[in-house]
Structure formats: structure tokens, C-alpha cells
Design a binder for this molecule. Sequence first.
Ligand code: KG4
Ligand code: ZN
Length: 338
Amino acid sequence: MNILAIESSCDETAVAIVADGHKILTDCIASQVELHRIYGGVVPEIASRKHMEAIYALADRALEKADLTRADIDAVAVTYAPGLIGAVLVGVNFAKAAALALNKPLIPVHHIRGHIAANYLAYPELKPPFLCLVVSGGHTMIVDVEDYTKMRILGTTLDDAAGECFDKVGRVLGMPYPGGAALDKAAQRGDDTKYNLPRSKPGVNPYDMSFSGLKTATLNLIHHAEQVGETLDVDSLCASFCAAVSDTLVPRLVAAIRETGRKRVAVAGGVAANSRIRADFLKQAEALGVEVFMPPLSLCGDNGAMIGAQAYYEYLSGNTAGMELNAFATKSILGETI
Ligand code: KG4
Ligand code: ZN
């Protein structure tokens, strides 16, 4: 089954064609990152307009690159939530028109379910149940993936997402948007013990976490250094920051592995590209004897293929939509409007 998958929830317009949920026939991305960089973050209206300009040609290019014609497409999938609403609307509207024109099913996909499904592309042998640590620009959660479309949230961030903190700290340090990758690179040259940054303590739900304290402490440290004219060791600050984020995430994931007894554990989302988090997670998971799944960096960030992968399983579960499908800025991974 060839699924034409559309993703436009943030600043990447992405169109992929995925066969049977795991084989990428093509994965085209038109990134707007350079455009938003001068503003230090995504400007929603610019994002929507750029998606509008790019999406049609990108879909045509996807067909061309896969050496397919419109007649070879069996269904159209689209990210319908969550994201910048104007941006998501562009993708949803395009997908509706495509499904109507091709007379094929329309499959709505939750963006975070898509991130988790990137693992099926990287590891076709992976099947639920498994645990997944989802860390992206807007979401941070530990999910028990009981089945392809049946999930349980074990814990989430109570305030900021990990990616938001990376981007904020990166911006204040003068790094290009989005700061996560640059911060990661600088961290590799630094001493992670040089700056003492806070880690959120387990609360009522031991799997919930918080990043706002870490963000504030890091920003205060930077501003204080500026005020007193102290030169910061930026590489070591980045290393200390990455260590603090990892120390917040990985022990909770380890606790969840122990509690649930799951034998397979995956990571997903843009921040899952972080080398410190990957290394710490790998070390802990190996010690626990669980199987580890970490998508390549190209599949951690936003892409269309992950939407095509999840769409296949949504379709098999009967989760298709009609022309009344709407877009949502927020929606839980379980499908509830929040
Ligand atoms: O999943 P994603 O591409 O988009 C959302 O759904 O939000 O995640 C984007 C986030 C950004 O905050 C970006 O800074 C972060 O992923 N990111 C990283 C790294 N690469 C991207 N954060 C830490 N280390 C990285 N290597
Ligand atoms: Zn994403």
C-alpha cells in the first residue's frame, strides 16, 4: 500500500511516499529554517505561507523521485495535530484535495505518533509493545506503545518541552535557530561537570518531569556572567546543560522500563538526535538488557515518512477521515482535544 504522506506542522514542508508502513519510496523536505533564523524562531504566518508555496511542487517532486504516478497512490495521510495551526491547516487542506482528486482514503495522523513511527522505518522488525521516550521541540513524554494505535502516557513534562529549552538557551548563547544541534556540537568539546545545573526531582508521578527550572537557572547563569563581565566557558556550559537534560530524562525512562518490564525501548523526536541523551540511554539500556531502538538523525526531526509509517497502522485500525477533517493546534497523543 503506497501512502502519500504530508507533514506541515512547523517549519518543514515534507511529502513522502511510504510503502506498507516501513519502506520509504521517497522523502522530500523543503526546510524553512533559514528563513526563520533571522527572527530567532518560527514566525507562524511566514511558515503557513511558505507551506502554501512549496507543497504542490513538493508532492509532484515526491512522485517523480519515487518514479510513480498519481495512479500508484493508495491513500493520502496528513499531520492533523498538533502544531502551528495555520501551518497544519495548509497540509490538511492539501491532503483533502489530493484524496478527493485521487478518490483515495484520507488518513489523519497525530504528529507525535508519527515521531514514534519513525522507528518502524529504521527498524522494520520492531513491533509493539515497547516504551518510547518522545523528546521534540514541543513535547516531552514517556509513552507505553501497547499497540500501533493504542498508547498510554506514563509521564510528561509539567512545563517546557526539552527542545524548547535547548532552543532558548541556544538563542541566548547566540547560536543559530534551532539551537539544539549547535548546542549538542559545542557540548562535545566541553566539560560536563564545570557548571552545576539543577535536575528536576521526581514528583507525585515519578515519570513526570520539569525543565523550566533548568532553563531559568541556565539563563540566569548566562545573564549574571554578562553583568559581571565574566567570560563563560560556553562549550562546558553546553556540556553541563546536555548532562542535566539527560539526567532528567534517562533515569525516568529507566524507572519506566523497570516498572513495565518492557523489553524494547525506543526514542523519538528532534531532541532524540542529541548525542549525550543517546549515549546515556544506550549505556543504561544495555545494563538493563533491553533492546534499544534509536532512529538515525535524519528520521528524528520532522519528516513526511514518519507520517506515512504511522498512517499505515491508523488505516489498518480503521482510522480514516472524511472531507470534514479539521486541524488542531493541540491534541493529546491519545486523540483527546486538550
Ligand atoms: O521533533 P522536532 O523536529 O520538531 C517538533 O516536533 O518539535 O524537534 C525539533 C527540536 C528543536 O528544539 C531542536 O533544537 C531539537 O529538536 N534538536 C536537538 C538536536 N537536534 C535537534 N536538540 C538537542 N540535540 C540535538 N542534536
Ligand atoms: Zn516534530
